[in-house]
Design a protein around this ligand. Structure first.
Ligand SMILES: NC(=O)c1ccc[n+]([C@@H]2O[C@H](COP(=O)([O-])OP(=O)(O)OC[C@H]3O[C@@H](n4cnc5c(N)ncnc54)[C@H](OP(=O)(O)O)[C@@H]3O)[C@@H](O)[C@H]2O)c1
Length: 200
C-alpha cells in the first residue's frame, strides 16, 4: 500500500464510538480485509474522498450482534467494510462501488449484494479467512468462471494467462494446469486480454 505516491502520512488512525444497531442492521468484527485491485482503482480515481475510509473492500467478518434477518450472531460472513475493526452491515444494502446484484445472486445470498453472504459453517471450520476470500472468494470465482466461459478446457488446449503474479491470474493458471492443458504463463502483459488463448 505504501509506495512513492502513497505514504503513511496520508493515513490517520481514529477511534470513534460504535453506533447503536437499528432494525435490519448487524455489527461485524472484521477478521480480514482485502485491499484489492478495485479498491486501488477507486483510490487512484479519487473516488475515495479525503478523510473517508473506502467502504468497498471485500472482507471476512464475525457477526457480533444482529438485528438483520439474514445474519445471525456467530456467523462468519463476507461483506464490504472500511479500513476499520468494526462495521455495520445490512442484507438490504446494495453493494458499494459495484453494479446491482442479479436476481439469482440475491436469491443465493439472501442479500441485495453480490459481496454479502454467510460462509457455510463447514467451510469456516475447514479453511482460514485467507482461503475463504481468495480461492472461494472473488479472485477464485473470477478465475473459475472466467475459465469456464472459455471452456470446456481440453488436455490439448494451450492456455495463455497474463498477470500470473496476480490473484486472478495465478488461480486461472492453476486451473489450466489441473486440467492438464499446456500453459503459457505471461507474468506481465495486457490486462485487457487476461486470457488470450489458442484453441479454446
Ligand atoms: N481479484 C478479484 O476479485 C477480481 C474480480 C473481478 C475482476 N478482477 C479484475 O481482474 C484483473 C486482475 O485482478 P487481480 O485481483 O488479479 O489483480 P492483482 O492481484 O493486483 O494482479 C495484477 C496483475 O497484473 C499485472 N500488472 C500490473 N500492471 C501491469 C502492467 N502495466 N502491464 C502488465 N501487467 C501488469 C501484475 O503484475 P506484477 O506483479 O508484475 O506487477 C499482476 O500480475 C483486474 O483487472 C481486476 O479488476 C479482479
Amino acid at each position: 500500500m505504501v509506495n512513492d505516491v502513497l505514504g503513511r502520512e496520508q493515513f490517520e488512525l481514529r477511534e470513534v464510538p460504535i453506533p447503536e444497531l437499528t432494525q435490519g442492521q448487524a455489527l461485524v468484527r472484521v477478521r480480514l480485509l482485502n485491499i484489492h485491485s478495485g479498491t486501488r482503482a477507486r483510490m487512484a480515481n479519487g473516488m475515495t474522498k479525503l478523510g473517508d475510509t473506502d467502504r468497498s473492500n471485500y472482507a471476512c467478518a464475525d457477526v457480533v450482534q444482529s438485528r438483520d434477518q439474514t445474519f445471525r450472531e456467530g456467523d462468519v460472513i463476507a461483506c464490504q467494510a472500511g479500513w476499520q475493526d468494526y462495521q455495520i452491515v445490512s442484507s438490504e444494502e446494495a453493494s458499494v462501488g459495484y453494479g446491482p446484484a442479479s436476481e439469482l445472486v440475491k436469491a443465493l445470498n439472501g442479500t441485495n449484494s453480490q459481496w454479502n453472504y454467510v460462509f457455510r459453517p463447514a467451510m469456516v471450520k475447514m479453511w482460514p479467512p485467507e482461503v475463504l476470500m481468495e480461492m472461494f472468494g472473488t479472485s477464485g470465482m473470477t478465475a473459475y468462471f472466467g475459465m469456464r466461459e472459455c471452456g470446456p478446457l481440453m488436455p490439448r488446449d494451450r492456455v495463455a494467462v497474463a498477470g500470473t503474479t496476480g490473484s486472478v491470474g495465478s488461480i486461472a493458471a492453476q486451473i489450466a494446469r489441473m486440467r492438464h492443458s499446456s500453459r503459457r504463463h505471461s507474468p506481465r502483459g495486457s490486462m485487457s486480454t487476461p486470457m488470450a488463448s489458442a484453441g479454446l
